[in-house]
Design a protein around this ligand. Structure first.
Ligand code: ME8
Length: 648
């Protein structure tokens, strides 16, 4: 079977980071699994280079856009190499092969009457590369909640693409094909969005020249999103390339939730207009957020150097952590501390130890050769059954774009293997010559478990089988997925080696010592902050007992509505949800927050404070905030704790 999977093509306006890496690693794991299952896979990634923001960034660095992107694209390629990404092609939208296809498609849509010339008057958000109408702006800014930056007014001659003409067909397609947009939450969002009415899309720009020229009107360059989406077929040699005929339609376009809209509207309509089948699935995963809150992104400046992380921990642990942490359909959290913790617990302790123990026992109790097994018992049967179950679960979960659940199933097997060691206690069997047959069965079964784990982990951590191979007789045993529930593959007599642990534990103290410069900076920043604090910190109030503290009833509440209290510049009136109850609270934070910034936030309410009347409004509690000087921040929650929960 053929299988075509894509990642977004990333903007090379700055180096790739952990967020960008997630999508590519997830797509890689899916591609690897399908290859191991014997499918004919094509896995595409690349870079989206014809954006206005690229021009701006390059200008800021006093460079021409081409030289600028060339440097960053090298970094993308290098990162994918270090992360063992097995893409079959890497497309750059500045390549001739892409430009040719974009121009041919533009011509075709124009000739067909689906693209027409008019004038665009409206707003443009360069960071999002998106057109916005006046009524969509929030406070005059980009309405994308992850952006909210200044927009620019454009008034220029433009070509327009008749999205409106295809609205009903698109809606019908989405409704008839529940798998087309996934997860269901994004699908519902898209249905609502399309039902709200599609406006024709501006698909050319004249105020800068960087990009693909409209072939019959070269003062226009093609709008970057139309240009970018076409990469999925230009890389296959559309319209008559062998690869296009073989691999299209795509089986999965994988991406973050931020760009599902472009893939669920502009892209299918382009394909419909060209008379090409639509991709089978557009999947929008959640975002990696930092523990401090907020999406990990270049613009927020909270990204960590991915190259440095690989140097410290290696590629497999990063792949494992990211794949395991991003739960299906929701956002995930990234922090280096969590990464180290997972590495030590799941990889070093659970998996690594199992492999080391098994090989050490074969060396110790059978001279380093895999013994021929004796008769089996229910324990071995149970392991065999579990391997089939895990194999099936991994396949199903990966088909549903859920690597976290797939890995959870694999770790169920890891857990069972460790339990098998404890249950069979080979060290006791070895003491009793009468148990030799049983010991042989156990050691053989353990070696088979190591082999099977090498295959189970291969799509997610391609480095694992490479490390296990020399320990397990240097045999090529890890490429055939079907062998995950076949037992008896290893030949008795195969020589094994103890080797080094496949995942050494990370010694956190040693790690800190390895980062002296960083630490020094941290230390001096800390000292500065302490000095600052000591200048202005308020005195600690008189001591209270735990009983006195327990009188406070602090609750998690969600802000449903927020508005300014008339004729004041400090007060906001909030409506908050606390379990089943809705309360009104007046809060003196108007100088620090626009009302919309608070809506949807989960904050902390002093719920048993005596109600007070402020400007005629009864306030039923108080919102907690931290403040120093003229800084203020409302305390908010980043995890999804239900409203009404107690804060203790
Ligand atoms: O949008 N968590 O490029 P881009 C998870 N060029 N995924 C993240 C992430 C995070 N914190 N940050 C980024 C573009 N991503 C366009 C795409 S496709 C025809 C054109 C990933 O460089 C995620 O896949 O802004 C997201 O959709 C993508 O990077 C955005 O990359």
């Amino acid at each position: 079977m053929k299988y075509y999977i894509t990642t977004p093509i990333y903007y090379p306006n700055s180096s790739p980071h952990i967020g960008t890496a997630y999508t590519t690693i997830a797509a890689d794991a899916m591609a690897r699994l399908r290859r191991m299952k014997g499918d004919d896979v094509f896995f595409l990634t690349g870079t989206d280079e014809n954006a206005q923001k690229i021009v701006r960034t390059a200008e800021g660095c006093n460079m021409d856009p081409q030289s600028y992107v060339d440097g960053i694209v090298d970094k993308f390629r290098e990162l994918w190499r270090l992360l063992d990404i097995s893409n079959d092609d890497f497309i750059r939208t500045t390549e001739k092969r892409h430009e040719k296809v974009v121009q041919a498609i533009f011509n075709r849509l124009y000739d067909k009457g689906d693209i027409y010339k008019s004038e665009y008057e409206g707003w443009y958000c360069t960071p999002c590369e998106t057109f916005w109408t006046q009524n969509k702006l929030v406070d005059g800014k980009c309405p994308n909640p992850d952006c909210w930056r200044e927009v620019e007014l454009l008034k220029e001659e433009s070509y327009f693409f008749k999205l409106s003409k295809y609205q009903d067909r698109l809606l019908q397609h989405i409704k008839d094909n529940p798998d087309f947009i996934q997860p269901a939450s994004r699908r519902n969002e898209m249905i609502k969005f399309i039902e709200g009415g599609l406006e024709d899309l501006c698909v050319s720009r004249t105020t800068f020249q960087w990009g693909i020229k409209v072939p019959f009107d070269p003062k226009h360059v093609v709008y970057v999103w139309l240009d970018a989406l076409i990469n999925y077929i230009s890389a296959l040699g559309y319209p008559d390339g062998e690869k296009f005929i073989k691999y299209w339609p795509a089986d999965v376009h994988l991406m973050g939730k931020d760009i599902v809209r472009f893939h669920a509207v502009i892209w299918p309509i382009t394909l419909m207009a060209l008379g090409i089948p639509l991709p089978k699935k557009v999947f929008g995963h959640g975002w990696f957020l930092s523990r401090e809150g907020g999406k990990i992104s270049k613009s927020r400046g909270n990204v960590q150097d991915a190259f440095e992380l690989i140097r410290r921990y290696g590629s497999d642990p990063i792949r494992y952590f990211l794949l395991r942490e991003m739960q299906w359909g929701v956002d995930g959290y990234y922090s280096e501390d969590d990464l180290v913790e997972k590495l030590n617990s799941d990889l070093a302790n659970d998996l690594g130890n199992f492999v080391s123990r098994t090989l050490a026992m074969i060396v110790k109790y059978n001279g380093g050769n895999i013994p021929a097994p004796g008769p089996s018992t229910d324990l071995e049967k149970e392991l065999k059954e579990l391997s089939s179950k895990v194999k099936q679960t991994v396949e199903e979960k990966m088909l549903a774009c859920d690597p976290a659940a797939a890995l959870e199933a694999v770790w169920q097997f890891v857990g069972r293997c460790n339990k098998y060691v404890d249950e069979t206690a080979p060290w006791n069997l070895a003491k009793d010559p009468g148990s030799k047959d049983r010991l042989n069965t156990v050691l053989y079964t353990l070696a088979e478990c190591v082999r099977i784990l090498g295959i189970f982990t291969a799509p997610f951590m391609p480095g694992v089988p490479k490390k296990i191979k020399p320990l397990l007789g240097n045999l090529d045993l890890f490429t055939d997925w079907e062998q995950t529930d076949q037992w008896g593959v290893l030949q008795p007599g195969t020589a094994v080696q103890k080797g080094e642990p496949i995942f050494p534990r990370i010694d956190v103290t040693a790690l800190m010592a390895e980062k002296p410069a960083e630490q020094e900076n941290e230390k001096s920043a800390h000292a500065d902050a302490e000095k600052e604090k000591s200048k202005s910190i308020a005195e600690i109030k008189e001591e209270i007992t735990i009983e006195e503290f327990a009188k406070l009833d602090l609750r998690v509440v969600k802000v449903l509505k927020a508005e300014k209290v008339e004729k004041t510049d400090k007060l906001l009136k909030l409506e908050v949800e606390m379990g089943q109850e809705v309360r009104t609270v007046v809060s003196g934070i108007a100088q620090h927050y626009a009302p919309e910034e608070l809506v949807g936030k989960k904050v902390i309410l002093v719920a048993n404070l005596k109600p007070a009347k402020l400007r005629g409004i009864v306030s039923q509690g108080m919102i907690l905030a931290a403040s120093q000087g003229d800084q203020l921040e409302v305390l908010s929650l980043t995890k999804d704790i239900p409203t009404g929960a107690q804060v203790k």
